[in-house]
Design a protein around this ligand. Structure first.
Ligand code: ZN
Length: 660
């Protein structure tokens, strides 16, 4: 385990403030995914604040809810009245919802975020700095048959090993009870079995260094039993039929979830290796690394053999049994969709509401499969009983958080394919779709488009849409990453320089027909198997004002766009039976697109005897059209507003007197 202290030091001026130093040492912990993942763990520092009455108050600055140690700032450490917290710790019992109410009452800044549910525990530890992580190595040892014993042998009596108990008030009480007669000056840390580890000191660096030291000991211990090189590895190259199967699975998973979801097939060496282990079914269904992972991954995985649908329904049945075994009258069953599954021999499948959540599932599962194998080497992967996992998954505080976040943006969970995505209308559509929750597969032939995005929701692929083979491969890549395709914006196009029919070369004609007409048929044909399994699938074809009002000198373009419009009408007729809507937009004169080079603009303006400026606003509204105006119309057509419209043609042109 790497000590990152030096890399995260801020200026001395910042460190003079206790919270400043707390921020930098928390980020040093958060930077290591083997210590904390996605909001796991928490830290605190004790200090003072002067109140409005001129009194100095003792304060606990503790991680606030919604913050992640990796990215936390000073605002992520709400100031809490330390004496109030210590008085709460003396109560015999306190319900979780009452505890949260009192944590809010103890806040010394009403605008600060809600303090961590572990605030009382942090208050009880009599040192200024308290660090808490869910270190993989410590938890992996704890998740083995003699975990508690192995950890006490490893750490001796300088580290207190406590049995598992739910987080919150009961955990704080447990720590208070176990440390009542303990000489804190001799204690280096506290391990909470199946949960994590605490270190503490009055000096920030000493507490941080001790965390790294104790976790490092656990890692060394594990590596001696199972070197990294012995972790399962494998290789599998998914094909088109895997992508098709995945998109069908996604449709069924969405039924279990109650709306659009995203899936990802992970064929990394680690995932394929794990999926090929002979006892993988048993390993993946015993439980998660720590109970709080149930919120992201559920308590166990789905197992997929040949028939993916059967694997999905077996999971749903198993989840229903799990729920009915542990639920009380006041519990409401959550959705029965798995969050990850083992596709035997092929890899791991992740399921979640959207691409960002899929990434969280992937990160947690990749740490889990490694830890499972480590614990196996210690005698067997053994997690908490399902009852304890259920209690965390259905904890009232977690359920309250889920309810408050239950309104989904319109395109959350949906996957859109946009062609010609690098610039103009395509790029504007990508931006709007992403902002409204969709994941987007963007295709463009521009060389610089390749891998131009690092966002979890956007996959940019360099692809010439006139090339059927390249197109199929690109769509397969997109579907393996997001699980399917629901929305298509067929936009790629080119606008050749004005050429009269008498001067038209075969090459100019063929090129325009190929890009502006034939490629759209190819895109639609390749996307169709996925669209058929899509959630409220819809297609928007970008036509042109040239269809109702062709221009002289634009024969190759106008004829191709007219053909494209007819193609879209036929598509609407053929695809209605699958619930796929197909509509066409006819934009005019959108000048911030790639087709309108200065030459083309000059050329067209001259043709009508207008200045470039006058040409740009030569419509009834006298308005200049931008790509985003067209993208807004595209989004409306793809969304709920037009859910009963198909085969339509709508102009986006500022009004055109040649047509009206
Ligand atoms: Zn914890």
């Amino acid at each position: 385990m790497k000590n990152r202290w030096d890399a995260f030091q801020v200026s001395t001026a910042d460190n003079e403030n206790v919270v400043g130093l707390r921020v930098s040492s928390s980020k040093a912990l958060g930077a290591d995914a083997d210590l904390v993942l996605h909001g796991g763990g928490n830290t605190s520092v004790k200090g003072t604040l002067d109140n409005v009455f001129g009194q100095t108050q003792k304060v606990l600055f503790v991680k606030g809810s919604g913050w992640d140690l990796k990215t936390i700032e000073a605002a992520g450490f709400p100031p809490v009245d330390l004496d109030y917290l210590l008085r709460l710790s003396e109560l015999n019992s306190l319900s979780d919802s009452d505890m949260m109410k009192h944590l809010s009452l103890a806040l010394l800044d009403p605008k600060a975020p809600t303090p961590s549910v572990e605030a009382i525990l942090h208050a009880l530890i009599p040192f200024n700095y308290v660090d808490h992580t869910h270190a993989d190595a410590v938890v992996a040892i704890s998740n083995s048959p003699n975990g508690a014993e192995l950890l006490s042998q490893l750490y001796g009596d300088e580290v207190l090993i406590l049995p598992y108990i739910m987080p919150g008030f009961v955990l704080a009480k447990q720590v208070a009870e176990f440390t009542a007669n303990v000489d804190w000056s001799r204690l280096k840390g506290i391990v909470l079995l199946h949960h994590g580890i605490f270190t503490f000191d009055d000096d920030a660096k000493t507490s941080y260094d001790m965390m790294i030291h104790l976790v490092d000991m656990a890692e060394e211990f594990l590596l001696a039993k199972l070197p990294i090189a012995e972790l399962a590895a494998g290789a599998y190259t998914p094909d088109l039929s895997d992508a098709a199967a995945l998109s069908e699975l996604r449709a069924n998973a969405g039924v279990l979830f109650g709306g659009p979801v995203q899936l990802r097939l992970d064929c990394s060496s680690e995932a394929v290796g794990f999926a090929a282990l002979p006892n993988v079914e048993s390993l993946a269904t015993r439980g998660p690394l720590t109970p709080d992972h149930t919120l992201h991954t559920k308590a166990f995985a789905a197992i997929f053999n040949e028939d993916l649908h059967a694997g999905l329904s077996q999971f749903a049945d198993r989840y229903a049994d799990y729920f009915s075994s542990y639920a009380s009258d006041h519990h409401q069953c959550l959705d029965k969709m798995p969050r990850y599954g083992v596709w035997r021999g092929k890899g791991l499948i992740y399921f979640a509401a959207n691409a960002k959540r899929v990434e969280i599932v992937r990160d947690i599962v990749s740490h889990t499969v490694k830890s499972i194998q480590m614990s196996e080497a210690l005698g067997g992967w053994q997690t908490l009983p399902f009852k304890d996992l259920f209690d965390v998954e259905y904890w009232e505080l977690e359920q309250a958080k889920l309810k408050s976040a239950s309104v989904r943006p319109e395109f959350d969970g949906k996957v859109a394919l946009v062609t010609g995505a690098a610039s103009g209308i395509g790029a504007a559509c990508v931006e709007l779709l992403l902002s409204q929750g969709a994941a987007v597969i963007g295709l463009d032939r521009a060389a610089e488009f390749k891998d131009s995005s690092t966002s979890s929701s956007f996959l940019s692929l360099q692809c010439d849409v006139t090339d059927s083979t390249a197109l199929e491969a690109a769509l397969r890549t997109g579907v393996l990453k997001f699980g399917g395709i629901d929305l298509l914006v067929s936009n790629a196009g080119s606008f050749p320089l004005s050429t009269s029919l008498s001067a038209m070369t075969d090459a100019e004609w063929d090129s325009s027909i190929s890009v502006n007409l034939t490629s759209h048929m190819k895109v639609l044909r390749s996307a169709l198997p996925y669209l058929k399994h899509g959630f409220d699938p819809a297609v928007v074809v970008i036509g042109s004002k040239n269809v109702p009002a062709p221009g002289p000198g634009a024969g190759a373009y106008s004829a191709a766009k007219a053909g494209l419009t007819q193609l879209a009408r036929v598509a609407a007729l053929e695809l209605g039976q699958f619930g796929i809507r197909v509509n066409t937009l006819h934009p005019n004169a959108v000048y911030d697109t790639a087709i309108w080079s200065d030459d083309v603009l000059q050329n067209r303006a001259q043709h009508y005897g207008l200045s470039v400026e006058a040409y740009k606003t030569s419509n009834i509204l006298g308005a200049e059209l931008r790509s985003v105006d067209v993208a807004n119309a595209v989004i409306q057509l793809l969304g709920r507003s037009f859910s009963k419209t198909t085969g339509a043609q709508i102009p986006v042109d500022g009004g055109n007197d040649r047509v009206i």
